[in-house]
Design a protein around this ligand. Structure first.
Ligand SMILES: CC(C)(COP(=O)(O)OP(=O)(O)OC[C@H]1O[C@@H](n2cnc3c(N)ncnc32)[C@H](O)[C@@H]1OP(=O)(O)O)[C@@H](O)C(=O)NCCC(=O)NCCS
Length: 224
């Protein structure tokens, strides 16, 4: 069984965490309209550089990303794949030897669940959500949503593919679940696992094949 490393990093720490960003990353940070968004971006990008730097044995500033649009990749992949997601005070960074996608959401997010589900979920998923009372329904929706988004980030397509085309099968706690992309006749390629990175947050990791497990690592500034 291979491991997918999933680092849980805080975004609410002091700005000293912002090490190693490139001029282009600082320029992007300046373009955010809201200071909180700029702060989250710089902290998440800094943690990403620290984690990948530790993985590759280089300084955070020397982590080189490939140019171009779409899924971020290392310039020299050398067998290392990664993906990043962040919201509120939490970032998740997944590092693996295979294509990987990750997503995290805050449970306190104000959403009109059934409206959101009507565009993001399959008819079977919507029927299941209808049977639940409001609080468990919101949580179940975010579990489905993070699973779908993790898969679409693993493929690199992101939300260019409607999430209602991603069917998350019956899940068993702690087990990897194969995911079907509707309209794609090829054998299942992606498996997804749920995780609870911090109180009040739900997350999911998707990766190729079913023979992997999550190794969850909670980081602080002193760790890297
Ligand atoms: C990728 C995407 C799903 C991110 O969703 P999100 O919930 O807003 O953000 P998350 O925190 O989960 O993930 C953001 C990170 O995903 C990564 N990412 C960006 N594009 C990605 C892609 N195509 N596939 C996988 N990961 C991607 C980046 O590291 C990004 O961090 P950054 O914004 O600091 O550079 C969404 O932006 C998307 O679908 N993009 C592709 C389609 C597109 O380009 N639409 C135009 C948007 S204006």
């Amino acid at each position: 069984m291979q491991r997918v490393e999933v680092w849980v990093a805080p975004l609410d720490g002091p700005p000293a965490a912002n090490a190693g960003l490139s001029p282009a990353e600082w320029a992007r940070a300046k373009r955010y309209r809201f200071p909180d968004d700029a702060r989250r971006f710089t902290a998440a990008r800094s943690w990403l550089r620290r984690v990948l730097g530790a993985e590759l044995g280089v300084a955070p500033a020397d982590v080189a990303f490939a140019d171009g649009p779409g899924k971020p990749r290392l310039r020299d992949e050398a067998g290392v794949r990664f993906n990043l997601s962040y919201t509120e005070d939490v970032a998740l960074i997944a590092v693996a030897d295979r294509e990987v996608g990750v997503d995290v959401e805050h449970l306190g997010r104000g959403l009109r669940i059934l409206d959101a589900a009507s565009v993001a979920c399959t008819p079977e998923e919507i029927a299941t959500l209808h049977q639940l009372p409001p609080d468990p329904r919101a949580e179940e929706f975010l579990r489905l949503w993070t699973a779908k988004e993790a898969v679409l980030k693993a493929t690199g397509q992101g939300l260019t593919v409607p999430p209602d085309r991603v069917r998350v099968g019956a899940r068993r706690a702690g087990a990897a679940t194969p995911v079907v992309i509707l309209g794609d006749a090829s054998p299942p390629r992606w498996w997804v696992r749920e995780l609870r990175p911090a109180p009040g947050y739900v997350g999911a990791v998707a990766a190729e094949g079913g023979d992997w497990d999550i190794h969850l690592r909670i980081v602080t500034a002193a760790d890297l």
